[in-house]
Write a protein that binds this ligand. Structure first.
Ligand SMILES: Cc1ncc(COP(=O)(O)O)c(C=O)c1O
Length: 371
């Protein structure tokens, strides 16, 4: 199916990358990194050049998210997945509660459940639905996922949790363009290879004073063994010095900083507005075409970062995706692998141009309607 389809020249997007992560790293960042020559890559992360870069990233986030005084931008190596374990081992006193609605939120719950000396509760909805996070009175950490990347579900609002609880939000694929008041979170964590256009391997956690105090309290409980690589104490004290605990890859920090500078020129509200327009383009296209439908039915849960669009079973999306990949015009629009749906999952990340999304919708429609 679709073997004969060829994208017309006027519909070839200016960049083929529409994947949900890793995402589109602008080539101009790669080129400007090369221009730093021998003065950055291959130099020590304990020396000025790299520390300055880390500091710029930290102040860049503080500005972008307008984080209150006393909050700290902590970073380290290992991606958000490592943070799942760090939260369970180093921030939970007795009980953690997870609100789950897909693969990533469930994966986080599973990490917590594996720690024998804490209890973990899962509050879930069937995959394909949205979920609201609520206070859980007997939990001391409450977790939600800002943007469930596997299904394209976003969290429309944050709850107020009780005094003894930390609100931890995994914002990996939504951070930066799904609206969220970071000052209401105690731990706002993410990897930077999505909206922030970097590469994988790094993690960022924006922590409230309450979360910083909790990390200290758990660390001082000497009955707990916490491996140094998972230690909040090491991560926090190194971040205070604009460093990471162990050696980082410099390129992802560099790309992240370039992207933050660009996004700070626009500001968080404007970036969210642009994301809203892209989401409207995709979802109204899906609603207008008889062979398409939005996977997430309730608009408030529909992601402004990752659009999931079901396709009539008559048209095999995998066949079209294979043709587009082969002609190198479009990459990464397949559904999350474990969902097993005849679906397109398309990133709306900041660097993916509105005009390119428009071309993508037109070329998919052309392929299906020609068939
Ligand atoms: C919502 C969410 N959480 C966590 C992760 C894991 O991030 P990493 O692979 O950087 O550890 C991902 C990756 O796509 C994600 O989408």
């Amino acid at each position: 199916m679709f073997e004969k389809f060829k994208t017309p020249a006027e519909l070839i997007p200016s960049d083929p990358r529409f994947g949900c992560g890793p995402s589109l790293v602008p080539m101009k960042y790669v080129e400007s990194l090369a221009k730093t020559g021998p003065h950055l890559i291959g130099t020590s992360h304990r020396k000025k050049a790299v520390k300055k870069l880390v500091e710029e990233v930290q102040t860049g986030f503080a500005k972008y998210f307008n984080i209150p005084t006393g909050y700290q931008v902590v970073l380290g190596n290992g991606g958000a997945t490592l943070l799942f374990d760090m939260v369970a081992l180093g921030l939970v006193k007795k009980k953690i509660a997870h609100f789950t609605c897909g693969e990533f939120s469930n994966k986080w719950y599973k990490s917590s459940k594996a720690v024998p000396w804490i209890s973990a509760q899962e509050i879930s909805v069937e995959v394909g639905n949205g979920i609201l996070v609520n206070d859980v009175p007997d939990a001391d950490v409450i977790c939600g996922t800002l943007n469930e990347t596997s299904t394209g579900v976003q969290l429309p609002e944050l709850p107020k949790v009780h005094e003894g609880a930390l609100l931890a939000i995994d914002a990996t694929s939504g951070a930066g363009q799904v609206k969220c008041d970071v000052s209401k979170c105690d731990v706002f964590l993410f990897s930077p290879q999505k909206v922030f256009a970097s590469e994988g391997g790094l993690w960022i956690a924006i922590m409230s004073p309450k979360a910083l105090a909790r990390a200290k309290e758990i660390y001082e409980d000497k009955s707990r063994y916490i491996p140094a690589i998972l230690s909040w104490k090491e991560a926090i004290s190194n971040s205070e010095k604009n460093q990471t605990y162990n050696t980082p890859a410099i390129a992802p920090i560099y790309f992240l900083n370039e992207q933050l500078k660009e996004m700070n020129k626009l500001g968080y509200s404007k970036v969210c507005e642009l994301a809203e327009a892209k989401a409207k383009l995709l979802y109204s296209w899906a609603e207008a075409k008889p062979y398409l439908s939005t996977y997430i039915k309730e608009d408030k849960f529909r992601s402004r970062a990752v659009a999931t669009i079901d396709v009539d079973a008559k048209y095999k999306v995998d066949d079209l995706i294979a043709v587009l990949e082969k002609e190198k015009s479009v990459y990464g629009i397949d559904a999350y692998r474990n969902l097993g749906r005849n679906q397109f999952r398309i990133a709306l990340f900041h660097n993916i141009k509105y005009e390119d999304l428009e071309k993508l919708t037109k070329l998919i429609s052309l392929a299906i309607e020609k068939y």
